[in-house]
Design a protein around this ligand. Structure first.
Ligand code: G3D
Ligand code: MG
Length: 184
């Protein structure tokens, strides 16, 4: 019988206010928010567990609150993250456009505090745009530029792409750390 292992991963979710970070996590974890809403550091934590190949994966999502007025605690928010999700909105308004432009800021912040962790991009609110208007070229360009692990088109409202996107990250993390643990 093979031994079952347990893996714990912290995943930080960043992006501009109102792009849908909280809604996406809620959709994926089915709204199981932890009561420990960490007001003081402006973050909300959600747990999610899943079994893969008999191993237990325990995830904790750290959801940044919009306001960036807790700079001095940023290192706590990012500390020991195994992966990061940058969320942008596909909306064709200022919120959407700014969220694209601010990818660089979030990326730099991640590099500064987390070093070389795996980063994926979620382009959210796809239900609000016509398929033809999604700039896939631009998204691919960004994935290439920042060496993101991948990009996913999502809608926290309809659920489109949400489970697939989160599961893809979980699997990547699992494969990476499982391999490391079997090399020991
Ligand atoms: P944030 O955590 O990134 O700040 P929220 O964003 O999850 O709080 O979402 C901000 C608003 O966008 C919310 O609307 C939420 O319902 C909406 N939203 C999030 N994701 C989607 C999506 O995929 N499609 C659509 N149409 N709306 C979305 P309210 O009105 O509650 O503030
Ligand atoms: Mg939020």
């Amino acid at each position: 019988m093979k031994n079952s292992e347990e893996f714990r991963f912290k995943i930080v979710v960043v992006g501009d206010g109102a792009v849908g970070k909280t809604s996406l996590i809620k959709k994926f974890t089915k709204g199981t928010f932890e009561k420990d809403y960490v007001k003081t550091i402006g973050a909300q934590l959600s747990k999610y567990s899943k079994e893969i190949n008999g191993d237990m994966i325990r995830l904790i999502f750290w959801d940044i609150a919009g306001q960036a007025d807790f700079n001095f605690l940023h290192h706590l928010f990012y500390k020991e993250s195994r992966a990061a999700i940058i969320v942008i909105s596909l909306e064709e308004n200022d919120l959407g456009k700014n969220s694209f432009m601010h990818i660089e800021n979030w990326y730099n912040e991640l590099r500064k505090y987390c070093g070389d962790i795996q980063v994926v991009l979620f382009a959210n609110k796809v239900d609000l745009v016509e398929n033809d208007n999604i700039n896939n070229m631009k998204i691919q360009e960004l994935v290439h530029k920042y060496n993101f692990l991948g990009s996913f088109i999502t809608s926290a409202k309809t659920g489109e792409g949400v489970i697939e996107a989160f599961n893809a990250i979980i699997e990547k993390l699992y494969n990476k750390y499982k391999q490391l643990s079997t090399q020991k």
